[in-house]
Design a protein around this ligand. Structure first.
Ligand code: 5GP
Length: 207
């Protein structure tokens, strides 16, 4: 099948990446989530192998050494990385693989993988971002401050992305990303032989 590609979604902590990607995948079963590896401790309710593969620093370093990660970065206070094999296996099958990663990781992917699509999720305001961080109550005050400070720096990188989406109302943000995916699926470069596809469609209709 033609058409598999990487969809990279970044945005500051508190921009709502997690909520938006969950809603996106709930509606679009053909989008496959790439589960990252992290050295961060699990939060209450997080499941190993589902939200993340939680691992030790030693194991993480081993994965880096063995070139098992497509990208990796030190984000806030922990290591995060994308297992390479899973991503490429799924793309080869023609799937859209969603990478929810920070800007450092996205820049690494951009260098290596030209066909990826880069989307930056922006909170409606920085005040709203702060209040979301406080409300979700999963970080200490210091961690919230770090994430808030980092959010300003991450915004400097929006120019490296193909699209930006403002996450004011979740449904609208999801719709925007669905529209981006729909357009990206129609890129000529993502199809090997469009004439053959048209002929196959014609044969199907005349049966
Ligand atoms: P959290 O600890 O809140 O789950 O994630 C913190 C940050 O790490 C978020 O910006 C998230 O997108 C980013 N992140 C999660 N997984 C990866 C990954 O595999 N690689 C990179 N570079 N960043 C990641």
């Amino acid at each position: 099948m033609d058409g598999g590609f990487l969809l990279v979604l970044s945005g500051p902590s508190g921009s709502g990446k997690g909520t938006v990607s969950e809603a996106l995948m709930e509606k679009n079963k053909d989008i496959i989530f790439s589960t990252s590896v992290t050295t961060r401790m699990p939060r209450p309710g997080e499941v190993n192998g589902e939200n993340y593969f939680f691992t030790s620093i030693e194991e993480f370093e081993k994965m880096v050494e063995n070139d098992e990660l497509l990208e990796h970065a030190f984000v806030h206070t922990n290591y995060y990385g994308t297992p390479k094999k899973f991503v490429f296996d799924e793309i080869d099958k023609g799937e859209i693989v969603l990478l929810e990663i920070d800007v450092q990781g996205a820049l690494q992917v951009k260098k290596k993988y030209k066909d990826a699509v880069f989307v930056f999720l922006i909170p409606p305001t920085m005040d709203e971002l702060k209040s979301r961080l406080v409300k979700r109550d999963t970080e200490t005050e210091d961690e919230i401050e770090t994430r808030y400070r980092n959010a300003f720096q991450e915004l400097d990188f929006v120019g490296e992305y193909d699209y930006f989406v403002i996450n004011d109302v979740i449904e609208n943000a999801v719709k925007n990303i669905e529209d981006i995916i729909a357009a990206e699926k129609l890129r000529v470069k993502r199809h090997k032989d469009i004439k053959r596809e048209v002929q196959a469609e014609e044969r199907k209709n005349t049966k």
